[in-house]
Design a protein around this ligand. Structure first.
Ligand code: TPP
Ligand code: SF4
Ligand code: MG
Length: 291
């Protein structure tokens, strides 16, 4: 067993999320005030509440600060290559349909280099949960502009402002066919936990976007203060609008943030539709695929 890197005071009560983390890998690499850790806490609570058999839950991340999540969570974890978390997760699901497969990665990873995989997995309604941490930037590599950077925000590659329209991610996911779509911020810890739990229990392509502060790069470059200042911004500017048309939830630089559960519908998954169709077409000659 790996030696624990932090001194543990045995008299302290154990935090319930520890059971869901690889404590031997602490301390983590995230900066003070970074929102990623808060989302992991919510994820651990959601796993606890979901009552899923953890032996049948796998987590896949791509590359980036968020991509480190898979390595810290005490599940079967896969830290894959940049942008390839979703195709890796698709392979995992097809090979073993009994698994609950979770993709946990950043806005850059999932919607820039991995953007095509994202839209096609949603289109196919592959049964997986995608948790996307949107800090409006490529965090790990120095704060480059991302497909989520708001117009006018600065990044290391757009020092005088970005003029590319960012993706409206709930709209992108919903229009491609996602059966569950929600957006919250790292401030909304109870809502994030509930959304992740619902997404985990949903059959089909479920998507949860969580806005989270990157104080080291995004906030600093844009003179937005520290992590706490971003949390205050989330608190004061978020408006809950469940079931609203996702077309209307695009984000502006430091503008209003529409949060809520936007889509929750039932639709056959890729594997279900294939099994049903082949069962009708080939009758007894076809054994439904179960991995
Ligand atoms: C093929 C390839 N291209 C580029 C990189 C460099 N790279 C590593 S992480 C990253 C961006 C990650 O951004 P995001 O997914 O938003 O994660 P964050 O760090 O913001 O959580 C990039 C471009 C890489 N590792 N591999
Ligand atoms: S660089 Fe930004 S996203 Fe990465 S750990 Fe630091 S605060 Fe978080
Ligand atoms: Mg990012």
């Amino acid at each position: 067993m790996t030696e624990n890197l932090i001194d543990v005071d045995e008299s302290m009560p154990t935090n319930m999320v520890e059971e869901y983390l690889r404590m031997d890998r602490m301390p983590h690499i995230w900066c003070p005030g970074c929102g990623i850790g808060t989302t992991v806490n919510c994820f651990a609570n959601a796993l606890d509440q979901s009552k899923l058999d953890l032996q049948k839950v796998a987590i896949v991340s791509g590359i980036g600060c968020t991509g480190r999540v898979a390595g810290y969570v005490n599940l079967d974890s896969f830290h894959t290559t940049h942008g390839r978390a979703i195709p890796f997760a698709t392979g995992l699901k097809l090979a073993n349909p009994e698994l609950k497969v979770v993709v946990y990665s950043g806005d850059g990873d999932l919607t820039a280099i991995g953007g095509n995989h994202f839209i096609h997995a949603a289109r196919r309604n592959v049964d997986m949960t995608v948790i996307l941490i949107n800090n409006f930037i490529y965090g790990m590599t120095g704060g480059q502009v991302a497909p989520t950077t708001p117009v006018y925000a600065t990044a290391s590659t757009t020092p005088h402002g970005n003029f590319e329209n960012p993706f409206n991610l709930p709209y992108l996911a919903a229009s491609c066919g996602a059966v569950y779509v929600a957006r919250w911020t790292a401030y909304h810890v109870r809502h994030v936990t509930k959304a992740i739990k619902e997404a985990l229990l949903k059959k089909g392509f479920s998507f949860v976007e969580i806005l989270a502060p990157c104080p080291t790069l995004y906030s600093r470059r844009n003179k937005l203060g520290d992590g706490l200042d971003q949390m205050i911004y989330y608190k004061e500017n978020s408006e809950v609008k469940n079931d609203v048309d996702t077309k209307t939830v695009g984000l502006d630089f430091q503008g209003k943030i529409i949060v809520g559960k936007f889509v929750d519908k039932d639709q056959q998954t890729y594997l279900d539709i294939m099994n049903d169709y082949y069962s009708v077409k080939f009758g007894d000659k076809y054994t439904p695929y179960k991995g």
